[in-house]
Design a protein around this ligand. Structure first.
Ligand code: PEP
Ligand code: MN
Length: 265
């Protein structure tokens, strides 16, 4: 059935899910000041979509698990003060209802959630009859069918503004990449679902600032449609994923250096 899925290429007014779609923002919303300062910096660089995690799936308990619903009001302020669209991660029905109530523009499903069909179905059921763009990260494990299955569950709920995010796959060996890119998997996804926009997340693949630029270039060379990049006004002090976050200025530098070649896809 996957061959018959028909995705829309316009995600939001003025935003085509075409090369290169750029989304940026901190791993986590930490404080209102951090959110607004980062957003202002990104808006100045021309970024149109602001990402920030409100509910954070952390590997171990005891760490910062996100500010929760309170942070949604900060994202609303980002929208009001910068005009940027806002995006956040949802992992259950409660998250979906709260995000919709607070006017979030784009939702994304995280890698740990995509790996769980019960959770994806719960999100799909909560979104029945709602027309909102949604991005589905690959599952943490290198399972293309599970990734496509999650996309189908959301599609079957009536959502057609869908994109995929390639954020790499968990492995025990973290010497170079935090999550192995295994590029052949998103490339096979493109072959299976040719009109599905695919966005690369170099921040979670690399896990280090130095790898963001080369991974962005590689993704563009392979014909990906966009990039989602973690950016923080003060990366060294970030409450999560500090080693991979870059300032809005560095992000701008990286984006300006990118060579976007025509692809045949
Ligand atoms: C994130 O984007 O902040 C995140 C938690 O990513 P992932 O689900 O890819 O680990
Ligand atoms: Mn992160």
């Amino acid at each position: 059935m996957t061959e018959t899925l028909n995705f829309e290429s316009i995600l939001l007014p003025g935003i085509e899910a075409k090369r290169p779609l750029i989304m940026a923002g901190p791993c986590s919303a930490e404080t209102e000041e951090q959110v607004l300062e980062t957003a202002k910096g990104l808006a100045t660089q021309g970024i149109k979509i602001f990402r920030a995690g409100i509910w954070k799936p952390r590997t171990k308990p005891g760490g910062f698990e996100g500010v929760g619903t309170e942070g949604l009001a900060w994202l609303k302020k980002v929208k009001e003060t910068t005009g940027m669209y806002t995006a956040t991660e949802v992992a259950n029905q409660h998250h979906v209802f709260e995000a919709l109530k607070h006017g979030i523009d784009i939702l994304w499903v995280g890698a740990r959630t995509t790996a769980n069909p019960f959770a994806v179905q719960e999100i799909a059921d909560a979104l029945k009859g709602v027309d909102i763009p949604i991005l589905i990260k690959n599952p943490v494990n290198p399972d293309l069918e599970l990734w496509i299955g999650a996309i189908e569950r959301i599609y079957n709920a009536g959502l057609h503004r869908i994109g995929a995010i390639h954020r790499g796959f968990s492995s025990y060996d973290k010497r170079l990449y935090r999550n192995l890119p295994q590029w052949h998997i998103p490339i096979e996804l493109r072959r299976r679902l040719p009109n599905l926009p695919i966005i690369c997340d170099p921040s979670h693949i690399g896990g280090k600032r130095d790898l963001v630029a080369p991974l962005c270039q590689q993704a563009m060379d392979m014909g990906f449609d966009g990039l989602i990049i973690e950016s923080h006004c003060n990366p060294d002090c970030a409450w999560s994923d500090k080693n991979q976050q870059i300032t809005p200025d560095v992000l701008n530098f990286i984006l300006n250096m990118l060579v976007i070649r025509e692809t045949t896809q």
